[in-house]
Design a protein around this ligand. Structure first.
Ligand SMILES: [Zn+2]
Length: 351
């Protein structure tokens, strides 16, 4: 059944995305060749086109963080300057934002009040919905969440009204670069997955992930970044499946892989010179006792047309109300295209 749905999707995505016929391409190429070279010289050199994109982990705005917002406080305020300094800030919205939902049969279910939306819009330029809570209040609440995000001007990815929309890349232009974001869930329940004509999230079916990354390139993306919700909770290291899928995504053309879900940070490494952050941990998330679940990373990527130029992480210490605070004295992973492997930096050193 799943395989059928994904075969259907492959055909549909291919038909939708490669809609330009060869004669049109030939005509386009002829037109481009006919344009005087001076026109191209007038454009800034490709190397000068850079953008800074930051990623944060789970943003869960129900419970204590939701109560903070109800009292007029902004739990993202301590990170406002760091998020606002980037050309784009991306987070994982770990809750439906809806009213009138009915919790599905599941251990933990969340639902944030719509009053949280202006806070999300103030700090985040895009969110992934591919996580194990987007479907907590049923598919109707997910559709409501997507509608509310659209109304608030917050682009999202990793979920949609149907399977094709859930797997479509979100392409945003920053600093002259076309940045494609893809979101995937691979932590239960799989019932949250979108169907050929039903709303839900994108599941990380390997062949489909590879096809999605290639399709994003075919759509003209300069940089492609998958964000994956995966791994075992509270494990400090990634599992073999995470390592395998991360490599497969980079082999398919991903420029970096960003992970989350385990509630703790997990290791970082590079593969073919491209960074993999297995888990950014929690970001805005209350209810955890003092310990590793109260530390997250904000990942900062400096991008150009060839992918990641350099990257670093900023340590977030999460207080008892679920509010993250930057810890400028902590060291955490960082790296650069020109260097082998992963280093450890203090905030600001890896920029
Ligand atoms: Zn999760």
């Amino acid at each position: 059944m799943r395989g059928t749905a994904h075969r259907f999707l492959n055909r549909r995505v291919a038909a939708r995305r490669i809609g330009v016929t060869p004669p049109v391409l030939n005509a386009l190429a002829a037109t481009l060749l006919a344009v005087p070279a001076a026109l191209f010289v007038a454009n800034p050199p490709a190397a000068a086109q850079q953008a800074t994109v930051v990623f944060v982990g789970d943003v869960m705005l129900d419970e204590v963080a939701g109560e903070e917002i109800a009292r007029g406080r902004d739990p993202l305020l301590p990170f406002a300057a760091l998020l606002g300094a980037a050309d784009l800030a991306v987070g994982n919205l770990e809750c439906p934002v809806s009213t009138g939902g009915h919790a599905v049969d599941k251990v933990y279910t969340f639902q944030a009040n719509p009053r949280v939306m202006p806070i999300v819009a103030r700090h985040l330029g895009a969110v992934t919905l591919a996580n194990n809570h987007s479907g907590d209040q049923g598919p109707g609440a997910l559709v409501q969440t997507m509608d509310r995000l659209r109304s608030a001007g917050i682009p999202f990815f990793g979920a949609g009204r149907d399977l094709a929309q859930a797997h479509a890349p979100l392409i945003l232009e920053r600093g002259g670069l076309r940045i494609a974001l893809l979101g995937y869930l691979e932590f239960k329940p799989r019932s949250f997955e979108a169907g050929p004509s039903s709303p839900g999230v994108a599941w990380s079916e390997d062949e489909q992930v590879v096809a999605d990354i290639r399709a994003a390139r075919a759509l003209g993306a300069d940089v492609v970044i998958p964000v994956v919700h995966w791994g075992w909770e509270k494990e400090p290291d990634p599992c073999p499946r995470q390592r395998e899928l991360a490599r497969r995504m980079i082999d398919a053309g991903a420029d970096a892989v960003v992970g989350g879900h385990p509630h703790v940070t997990q290791g970082a490494e590079t593969y073919k010179g491209r960074p993999i952050l297995y888990s950014l941990g929690n970001f805005v998330f209350g209810g955890f006792p003092p310990g590793p679940c109260r530390t997250g990373w904000m990942l900062r990527l400096v991008l150009d047309r060839q992918g990641v130029v350099r990257w670093d992480t900023v340590v977030a210490r999460i207080d008892e109300r679920g509010v993250p605070h930057p810890d400028p004295d902590a060291t955490s992973p960082c790296g650069a295209r020109t260097e082998e492997g992963v280093k450890s930096c203090r905030e600001g050193q890896g920029r």
